[in-house]
Each structure stands twice: as structure tokens, then as C-alpha cells.
Design a protein around this ligand. Structure first.
Ligand SMILES: Cc1cc2nc3c(=O)[nH]c(=O)nc-3n(C[C@H](O)[C@H](O)[C@H](O)COP(=O)(O)O)c2cc1C
Length: 183
């Protein structure tokens, strides 16, 4: 079992990227989490280049294809999904390996819900297997400034472990963690 965590922010002090790193540190040995930190290398998606995608896009597609599940944490910008995340997902639209891919989406800023809701809608439209039991809020914005504070806080550690356990549980038994969402 191999989970890929990805943040939709390129900011050096990104809370979402810090969440991904913290989740990686807290992952159990039988469900390791690797962090994908190369979304900034992707060019803007252009359907004309789908068949002859640049190496950065092929690397992204290969990495997603090799993962058993994705763990996404992405910010809200002007009530929308960050361009970084939307662009990365657009590069996956034609990917057969993404169909049915278990994906958990974490909202690190519970005051923001537009982007979270939109991201779930996008993923369902792409026929991902949105893992509802692991897709929720982990209140980190304004609570922790980075990975070290997340790892130092017992309640935050517990919350992150719950999310990872929800995703792991779904991978072990998809029926146990609720019905699969369709379009
Ligand atoms: C351009 C921009 C637009 C934003 N728009 C919203 C918004 O609409 N709603 C909201 O709750 N937060 C908004 N924020 C705050 C970000 O969601 C928040 O700072 C978040 O932590 C950024 O994620 P990061 O720490 O992973 O970079 C915005 C931030 C920026 C930079």
C-alpha cells in the first residue's frame, strides 16, 4: 500500500504542504505516504500536448498511477480551487489509471468551504473514488504555523492519524468505509 500526498500550494510556508509532510511522518509502516512536491514544474495544461506530454506531466501521471491512493490538501483562493491543483488535475483528466483512484481531500481551513466542495465535485467528475470517511476538515490554519507544530500537538497528531487511518481502512476494505461516490 502506497499513498501519495499532494498539496495545492507552492508557498514555502504552505500549511497544506506542511500537512502533507506531517501525514507522511505519522503514516503507519504498512501505509507509507510519499509527498509529491513537483506540481510547480507542470506547465499550464494544454490538450494539444496530451499525447506528447512534457516529462514533468509524465512524471506526475506515473507517480499518480503508481500510488494506491491520493491524499490531497489544497487551499481556497477567491472561493475557488487553487490554479496549481486544478492544473495538476487537468493533466490527469485523460488518464485511465485515475478512474476509480481512491482520493481523500482534507480541508486545512474549515472557514473555507467553496474550494473543498468544488474539489470534491471535480474529483467525482473525473471518476475518482472520493473516500468520504477520510475527506474532512483538519483545522490547521491559524492553529499551527508548520509541520513541527503539527507534530508537537497531540490533538493535531490524532486528527491527522484519523484521516490516514480512514484512507488506509478504505484501501483495505472499500465496502467498510461507505459507498463509492459516482458522478
Ligand atoms: C490569492 C489568495 C486568495 C485567497 N482566498 C481565500 C478565500 O477565498 N477564502 C479563504 O478562506 N481563504 C482564502 N485565502 C487564504 C488561504 O486559503 C490561506 O492562506 C491558506 O492557508 C493558503 O494555503 P497554504 O498555507 O497551503 O499556502 C486566500 C489566499 C490567497 C493567497
Amino acid at each position: 500500500m502506497h499513498i501519495l500526498a499532494v498539496a495545492g500550494s507552492l508557498r514555502a510556508a504552505s500549511i497544506n504542504a506542511a500537512f502533507c509532510r506531517a501525514a507522511s511522518r505519522l503514516a503507519p509502516a504498512d501505509a507509507p505516504i510519499a509527498v509529491y512536491d513537483r506540481l510547480g514544474e507542470l506547465p499550464l495544461f494544454n490538450p494539444d500536448r496530451e499525447g506528447d506530454a512534457p516529462e514533468s506531466a509524465r512524471h506526475w501521471r506515473r507517480s499518480v498511477g503508481a500510488a494506491d491512493a491520493l491524499l490531497i490538501a489544497s487551499p481556497e483562493y477567491a472561493h475557488g480551487v487553487s490554479g496549481v491543483m486544478k492544473n495538476a488535475l487537468d493533466w490527469l483528466v485523460g488518464e485511465q489509471s485515475f478512474v476509480g483512484k481512491p482520493v481523500a481531500v482534507v480541508n486545512t481551513s474549515p472557514r473555507a468551504h467553496h474550494a473543498h466542495d468544488a474539489l470534491l465535485e471535480i474529483l467525482r467528475t473525473m471518476s475518482a473514488d472520493v473516500v468520504e470517511g477520510a475527506s474532512s476538515s483538519v483545522a490547521l490554519l491559524g492553529v499551527c504555523t508548520g509541520e513541527a507544530e503539527m507534530l508537537a500537538s497531540e490533538p493535531v497528531r490524532d486528527r491527522i492519524r484519523q484521516v490516514v487511518a480512514g484512507l488506509r481502512g478504505h484501501l483495505l476494505d472499500p465496502r467498510a468505509s461507505g459507498p463509492r461516490m459516482g458522478l
